[in-house]
Design a protein around this ligand. Structure first.
Ligand code: SD4
Length: 339
């Protein structure tokens, strides 16, 4: 049991946003189930897809798949086949999904498949494995009936790639989220660049079960073969129904090295409220990166087993979308750096 004093320390420190407040006994006030949260502004549309499932009493697992499929299908977004390619011109996609019983599935470096999240779910449900990558993942997807899409770049991605080729400088621009764009970065910058490449989603259904999903094109212009955190269970995504769930976005390498999402869930297990748990792990990354922390963006969103949501990022510019029966909002959480 967490004492009242410790509770105040854990959950209510300044600059940390938790969507619902907990009382001293640790129960949620204004608890609302179902609930869905997802990263970035594309999360608003994705949450609607999740809500179609949740509002009819469907499972959190179906909701987090249905929700991010909207983002994957959108040519007007940063995720899925319309996204930026790797440095060799190939769009390679990573995704992971996890339910309330530690079932999980993932795909890495998957090409020419529109819905990597659904392939990740099939890996979870139909194979003895957790992750399939590359050619094998694509072969499995085709065997499962997923159509092989043409190997073309979207118009936006083609233009962005041509711009990038002028210098061909391998410099992950993951921190472009906040470059001079104040607290709420636009979905796209003036030069047409996406401000991010990923959607992560967490949901709790009417039965109180949690699930999570994450799908991404990874870093634009990454090295061929590079995998980020998003398909790695425990790094990009982790769900423990007894405690809570977390999903990450930002510079994947720095999420992987601290087993980011798992670490956030373990912080919640120790009694930290979701936003504070996210903050603790962000602080760990900043400490490791030292001065380089200025150059990277990482953000976590978390949902605990009481339906309390929270988030934290290294830099401002990150936002996340929340939807319950009564609220639909984009929120700007606290960040380690203020400008
Ligand atoms: C990655 N974490 O592949 C992803 C990138 C991301 O917004 O989140 N972009 O490292």
């Amino acid at each position: 049991m967490v004492s009242r004093k410790r509770f105040l320390q854990l959950g209510m420190l300044g600059g940390v946003s938790s969507f619902f407040l907990k009382n001293a006994a640790g129960q949620s006030l204004n608890q609302k189930k179902p609930i869905v949260i997802s990263t970035w502004d594309a999360g608003l549309a994705a949450n609607k897809g999740a809500w179609e499932v949740l509002s009819k009493g469907g499972t959190a697992l179906d909701a987090v798949e249905n929700g991010v499929k909207i983002t994957e299908a959108s040519q007007n977004c940063c995720v899925g086949l319309g996204a930026n390619p790797d440095r060799d011109g190939y769009v390679t996609l990573d995704a992971s999904i996890m339910d309330h019983q530690f079932n999980c599935g993932a795909v890495g470096a998957l090409e020419r498949i529109k819905h990597p999240i659904s392939v990740a779910r099939r890996v979870m449900e139909k194979t003895p494995h957790v992750m399939l990558v590359g050619v094998g993942a694509q072969q499995f997807a085709v065997e499962e009936g997923f159509p092989l899409e043409p190997e073309t770049l979207s118009e936006d991605a083609r233009k962005a790639y041509q711009r990038w080729l002028k210098n061909s400088k391998y410099e992950p621009a993951i921190n472009r989220e906040n470059k001079g764009h104040g607290p709420a970065a636009p979905l796209r910058f003036d030069n047409g660049e996406w401000n991010h490449d990923t959607i992560g989603m967490l949901a709790m259904d009417i039965n109180g079960n949690l699930s999570g999903s994450c799908t991404t094109s990874g870093m634009g212009f990454k090295m061929r073969g590079r995998l980020g955190d998003s398909p790695i269970i425990g790094a990009g995504l982790f769900v423990d129904n007894e405690v809570g769930a977390c999903v990450a976005t930002g510079q994947g390498e720095d999420v992987i090295r601290v087993a980011g999402s798992h670490s956030v869930v373990e912080m919640m297990r120790q009694g930290f409220a979701p936003a504070m748990a996210c903050k603790k792990v962000i602080e760990r990354i900043v400490k490791i990166k030292k001065a380089d922390a200025k150059k990277i963006q990482v953000a976590f969103i978390a949902l605990d087993r009481n339906g309390v949501a929270g988030a934290y990022s290294i830099h401002p510019g990150f936002n996340y979308a929340i939807k319950t029966g009564s609220r639909e909002q984009l929120l700007n959480p606290g960040s380690y750096f203020s400008v």
